[in-house]
Design a binder for this molecule. Structure first.
Ligand SMILES: Nc1ncnc2c1ncn2[C@@H]1O[C@H](COP(=O)(O)OP(=O)(O)O)[C@@H](O)[C@H]1O
Ligand SMILES: [Mg+2]
Length: 339
């Protein structure tokens, strides 16, 4: 659906040049929700704004639905853009217009026949759950409601692609959940391809099918969300995942542990999460294990288990236990009480 080929964006300013996007190649498939993750300044917004040519790439190609946007005339581009909706962290609503007029504005810009506008706006407001807010002004709405207006406006011209730049970063956790649920519904029911930027792995875990991680203008890792969570390769990706899945043992617990033991963090991936691996480990004899923490996440519908356990026994036996777990396909990390 979307292809970025050697996308390169450099901003030349009086203070010097900044390479914001450094030869990014991505293929985003029809109908998927694709996440782009990275810290501030990584180049995420620049990539997104290059997808609808809100920002003109310095070099490289942007193809949406088989059309090379980088080769279109001004007028062709204006029409192509109507099929690419966009929503923003700070909503970008027009404060002097009502909810109704904010959405109608997008339809008028696309030269929708006057007679069709009211019906379409009401349909859109119904879809985002704001049927009763048509006459309110943005200042009278909560953050979540403002974002719903933003979504209605973005969907006005029946786009095939929805670009979302940190759509929940200004919202509280409960509102975030409701907006993510709405995006999921739109993806499922309208078959819209969604590209979503976030710095929160939780959002990726809940919503996305595939994800790319950006650092210094480059995509350093990409894959389906489960594999990236279960087996992150790059240090930055590991850091993001750790922040999302990390559990810190309370100091009190560390103080009570047997100094001769080791604390293992064991990751159970895919079908291993459904097998009695720990049971087998204990039955093999030697070590003793004491579970300190455990949880199973479901990403899509696949389980990803994390267990933290204290194992005690002879050094050789503990090493043998680690080998056993690794051999069974578990990820094993020896934890220490620092950092
Ligand atoms: N319009 C601009 N002019 C100059 N520099 C910019 C502009 N937009 C972004 N940048 C710079 O490009 C880099 C990437 O920015 P951005 O794409 O906004 O990253 P992100 O969305 O990941 O925070 C940053 O160093 C930023 O300062
Ligand atoms: Mg940004």
């Amino acid at each position: 659906m979307i292809r970025l080929v050697d996308l390169y964006k450099r901003y030349d300013t009086k203070k010097g040049s900044v390479v914001a996007v450094d030869r990014v190649n991505l293929h985003i498939r029809q109908g998927e929700i694709f996440g782009i993750v990275g810290y501030s300044g990584a180049g995420k917004s620049s990539v997104l704004r290059c997808i609808n040519l809100l920002e003109k790439p310095t070099s490289g190609r942007v193809l949406v639905n088989g059309v090379e946007l980088t080769s279109l005339s001004k007028n062709e581009l204006r029409l192509a853009r109507q099929k690419i909706g966009m929503i923003f962290q700070h909503f970008h609503l027009i404060s002097s217009k009502t909810v109704f007029d904010n959405v109608a504005f997008a339809l008028k810009a696309a030269e929708t026949p006057k007679a069709a506008i009211a019906g379409r706006v009401n349909e859109l407001l119904g879809l985002v759950g704001l049927a009763d807010k048509a006459d309110q002004y943005p200042a009278q709405l909560s953050g979540g409601q403002k974002q719903r207006v933003g979504i209605a406006r973005a969907l006005a011209n029946e786009p095939q692609v929805l670009l979302c730049d940190e759509p929940t970063s200004a919202l509280d956790p409960t509102t975030t959940q409701s907006i993510l649920a709405l995006l999921k519904q739109i993806n499922r029911e309208l078959g819209l391809t969604i590209v979503l930027i976030t710095h929160e792995m939780e959002v990726v875990k809940d919503l996305c099918h595939r994800v790319a991680i950006m650092q210094s203008g480059r995509v350093i890792e990409e894959g389906d969300v489960y594999s990236v969570f279960a087996d992150p390769v790059q240090p930055l990706t590991q850091q993001f995942i750790r922040n999302a899945l990390e559990f810190k043992l309370p100091q009190k617990l560390w103080d009570k542990l047997d100094p001769a033991g080791k604390v293992l963090k064991v990751l159970f991936r895919d079908e291993v999460a459904e097998q009695p691996v720990i049971d087998e480990l204990l039955k093999a004899g030697g070590i003793r294990a004491n579970i300190l923490h455990g949880r199973i996440e479901y990403i899509g519908d696949k389980p990803l288990g994390t267990f933290i356990m204290e194992v005690t026994g002879h050094t050789g036996e503990i090493d043998e236990a680690v080998r056993f777990l690794t051999g069974r396909g578990c990820g094993v990390e020896v934890m220490s009480n620092v950092g």
